[in-house]
Design a protein around this ligand. Structure first.
Ligand code: PLP
Length: 445
């Protein structure tokens, strides 16, 4: 072990304003990571920490996989960057083709971005522009869902339903949004394994309240995460997503699945859409496409939507939208090597193979002090703790800190702790993960 604290003492932490972090707390007791390999981080003081969240729900292939690292290094030395505006490079086309190859039937194109937030923004823009070119320019409203998370842009926080992300920026929220109720009901549906048998009717709110209120002719799209992630890991009741699809179809509303977390094998299929057997019109993805190695996101677009743009544009630019780094060569190289790794190691199948063991691990936490819910679907899950009176989130934050000190990384979300391991996880890692979480919950009680 190296001198614990040596790096902490020598590093000037002041200049970096960290995202979504209590800077004061961090700078008093920094959690510094200096390396990672497969399932583990190495901390600045030489400890190994098990990654129980694929870092931020991204590192599906595990850390520092040689093939992906080599592909990025090779690309950086061959073509570091090129414009994607009116000039192309082969890897971006190849990466798009490969992502389309994983998508449900009917999807033909990918619009690349650099993040999930940009991909959400892109999907919302495509929806608006699509209705306009189809002669339905009044369709300008978006419907999101409470506790949905769609990134940090103004579009994303407007359709998103996590109050903390919206509060300080209320003045900038898009005006034309509404939200479905979230699907959590701890009285009716606590400790459910997988999808709950009841609750699909929550989708009917779209047809019974929201459409009558705004009129379908004013609604462009509904956007949901198939399984809500950063809002606390909420698994949809069985049949819920299918009902949303049917209602959208009846009223000419586009359905957008934000698969930034659920994409690339989290549910044992390339996309949650295939797991649930429900096909949206646009699929937003990011994170797992490069296993977190190089920032990349994108929107999978139904062929028919793309063709409508081509026909309407008559030769000009068909979508006035894009990012300097859309389809960046390093990201494209990382995506190709990542998709090869998923395929060769059959990592999406591993989700299916380990799902039952993971489920038992999540539910082994039932009965510990203050545990009010355990929930899971395939390789995503959460345990929810009773909030301390007057201090929401404090209990889970304490558990998170103890887990870190004992060598396990999980993420607190309110009073829940989320689990989302890399798909290379082994049973022994799951034993360690849930063992440490159980100890920490008992101690913090
Ligand atoms: N959408 C979902 C479902 C997410 O979970 C996230 C991030 O966690 C985003 C969008 C935003 O992605 P990014 O942080 O890459 O902008």
């Amino acid at each position: 072990m190296t001198d614990p604290g040596a790096l902490h003492r020598s590093l000037d932490l002041d200049a970096y304003w960290m995202p979504l972090t209590s800077s004061r707390a961090f700078k008093q007791a920094p959690r510094l990571v200096v390396a990672a390999k497969d399932m583990h981080f190495t901390t600045a003081d030489g400890r190994q920490v098990l990654d129980g969240l694929a870092t931020l729900w991204c590192v599906n292939a595990g850390h520092c996989r040689p093939r992906i690292a080599a592909a990025i290094a090779r690309q950086a030395a061959t073509l570091d960057f090129s414009s994607s505006y009116s000039v192309g490079h082969p890897l971006a086309f190849e990466a798009a083709r490969r992502v389309v190859g994983l998508a449900p039937e009917g999807f033909g194109q990918v619009f690349f971005t650099n993040s999930g937030s940009e991909a959400v923004e892109t999907a919302l823009k495509i929806a608006l522009a699509y209705h306009r070119l189809k002669g339905e320019a009044t369709r300008t409203r978006f419907v999101g869902r409470e506790r949905g998370f769609h990134g940090a842009s103004f579009g994303g926080i407007s359709v998103g339903g996590v109050p903390a992300y919206r509060k300080a920026f209320a003045a900038g929220l898009l005006p034309g949004t509404d939200h479905l109720r979230h699907t959590q009901d701890l009285e009716a549906r606590a400790f459910v394994r997988g999808e709950a048998a009841s609750g699909a009717e929550l989708a009917d709110e779209l047809e019974h309240r929201i459409i009558p209120l705004h009129d379908a002719s004013n609604i462009a799209a509904v956007i949901v995460e198939p399984v809500a992630g950063a809002g606390g890991v909420l698994v949809p009741p069985r049949g819920y997503l299918r009902r949303l699809r049917e209602i959208c179809d009846r009223h000419g509303i586009l359905l957008i699945f934000d698969e930034v977390i659920t994409g690339f094998g989290r549910l044992g299929r390339p996309f949650a859409s295939q797991f649930f057997g429900v096909t949206p019109d646009l699929i937003v993805f990011a994170k797992g496409v490069t296993s977190g190695t190089v920032p990349m996101g994108g929107v999978l677009v139904k062929e028919a939507i793309y063709r409508a743009f081509l026909e309407a544009a008559a030769g000009g630019v068909e979508l006035a939208h894009g990012y300097t780094y859309s389809g960046h060569p390093l990201a494209a190289a990382a995506a190709l090597a990542t998709l090869d790794t998923y395929a060769e190691e059959r990592l999406f199948d591993r989700t299916n193979e380990l799902a039952a063991y993971f489920e038992d691990g999540v539910h082994s936490l039932k009965g510990l002090p203050n545990v009010v819910d355990c929930r899971n679907l395939q390789l995503i899950g959460a345990v929810e703790l009773r909030p301390r009176p007057g201090a929401p989130g404090a209990r889970a934050t304490d558990v998170f800190a103890r887990c870190w000190d004992r060598g396990v990384f999980v993420r607190p979300i309110g009073d829940a702790l989320a689990f989302c391991p890399p798909l290379i996880v082994e049973k022994q890692h799951l034993d360690a993960l849930f063992g440490v979480v159980a100890e920490a919950i008992s101690e913090v009680a």
